[in-house]
Ligand binder design. Structure first.
Ligand SMILES: [Zn+2]
Length: 61
């Protein structure tokens, strides 16, 4: 069974090392059982922040 994880990054800070997530990306969750669950969590996490996210299949499972 596939699982999903959410990767977020900040559109404003981009690659700025002193910005959000150290200018990189952050995995905010993993092991979501459905793509919809992962997206819902990501949307809530990003909220009003200038973040973008993507949902990826988690290869560890
Ligand atoms: Zn930022």
């Amino acid at each position: 069974m596939r699982k999903y994880k959410v990767v977020v990054w900040c559109e404003v800070c981009g690659l700025n090392h002193e910005g959000c997530f150290g200018g990189g990306t952050e995995t905010i969750g993993s092991s979501y059982e459905t793509w919809e669950d992962a997206h819902k969590t990501a949307a809530e996490y990003c909220g009003d922040h200038p973040y973008s996210y993507r949902v990826e299949e988690d290869d560890e499972y």
